[in-house]
Design a protein around this ligand. Structure first.
Ligand code: SAM
Ligand code: SF4
Ligand code: SF4
Length: 223
């Protein structure tokens, strides 16, 4: 692997969108749906080792990161550790209060707000994120670019076809229990590529191959 592209902070959600596998409950070792401080620090150490090839790092996986009580500490630590990397977060916006937005803005972290449930709060939070200059994207991707998560959910699949960036660029994703998976769609990986508890030197040399899930994906896993 050459890049950690995502760290899943929480594998649970305050919404249960029908088109998302999080809705069905995710399997994590020791039921660790919220990342531990130890696993987060080890994930960040791995990101640091790959910093020169890393352009952006997403602080979410299949879940709502803002539910984690330590999310802001993690966000600040990430920004301080990976100075040249653009840090981003996709959120449903429900917990994106002004206090959170201020910290994200101070650390130049950009947000994508997914409108799954339009409420007064999501409207106000979206407006605030925009006024602080951190709103990079607003929309509902399951409508705009629907996918069935490589056959894992019952939903239309008309997201554009094309080459997949994951195996090609040797991207990996750390899940909330410290497991390292090879793609953001592989939310309950049968064959993970590693775990953050393994020695850094061994992980750095591990090669990522396409997974079984690639066969049912709209993208093509070129190497
Ligand atoms: C799994 S969510 C996690 C982050 C956060 N909870 C959110 O909703 O933005 C990450 C992204 O997946 C998108 N997503 C979820 N289900 C989808 C589907 N069936 N097709 C396309 N995008 C989907 C969401 O809209 C969001 O942009
Ligand atoms: S799409 Fe986002 S908000 Fe909806 S259930 Fe999945 S993780 Fe939660
Ligand atoms: S082609 Fe494979 S690695 Fe790429 S997004 Fe699809 S399932 Fe993931």
């Amino acid at each position: 692997m050459r890049v950690i592209h995502q760290i899943e902070i929480v594998a649970d959600c305050n919404l249960k969108c029908v088109y998302c596998p999080c809705n069905k409950g995710l399997t994590r070792k020791d039921n660790a749906l919220f990342i531990s401080d130890d696993h987060f620090d080890k994930a960040l150490r791995l990101c640091k080792a790959f910093e020169k090839d890393t352009h952006e790092l997403w602080l979410h996986g299949c879940g709502e990161s803002l539910m984690h009580p330590n999310f802001l500490d993690y966000a600040v630590k990430t920004a301080e550790t990976l100075e040249g990397v653009q840090i981003k977060l996709s959120t449903n916006g429900i917990l994106l209060t002004e206090d959170v937005i201020k910290v994200l803005a101070e650390n130049k972290i950009l947000v994508h707000i997914s409108i799954h449930k339009a409420t007064r709060k999501t409207a106000e939070h979206t407006n605030l994120a925009h006024s602080y200059g951190i709103l990079e994207h607003l929309g509902c991707i399951p409508i705009q670019s629907a996918s069935n998560w490589a056959g894992q959910v019952d939903w239309p699949d008309y997201a554009p076809k094309g080459d997949c960036a994951w195996p090609k660029n040797q991207w990996a994703c750390v899940l909330s229990d410290g497991t390292i998976s090879t793609c953001c769609l592989d939310v309950n990986p049968k064959k993970p590529v590693g775990h953050v508890d393994e020695p850094l030197e061994i992980l750095k040399n591990r090669i990522i191959w396409p997974v079984e899930l690639c066969e049912s994906c709209h993208l093509d896993p070129v190497m």
